[in-house]
Write a new protein. Sequence first.
Length: 142
Amino acid sequence: MWRNKSFLGALFTGMGVVGMLDGIVFHQILQWHSVIMETDRTGQIQSDGWFHLFVTALSFTGALLLRDGAAGDRPRLFWGGILMGAGIFNLVEGIVDHHLLQIHYVRLVTDHFAYDVSYDLFAALLILAGWTICRRARAYTD
């Protein structure tokens, strides 16, 4: 699974797309947070811009891998990779940015812990769902 270009393409695409959704929903529409909160507005916008550039590069890389590995792969491997990529991105981002570095939280409120943990739990569910789908796909392709 980890050497399959279609799976890796789906994984990177999942990471990129969920990063874009995070930026659009949480950064722009709801304006709950920016990548780096403890700075002026210009610094917040710049940090969000670098974040968007990074997730766009993930999506582009995923698309290239999907193009190269498209022949003959099962759709389950694709969707499992998308879900796993989304979950991995959110879980790593949640643990690193919210808990370890504390550069921002899901929602900037007094008691942000419940929002942050809910974000992490949802990410873990995405990983589990994607893993389950990929394991079933491997049963059909092995």
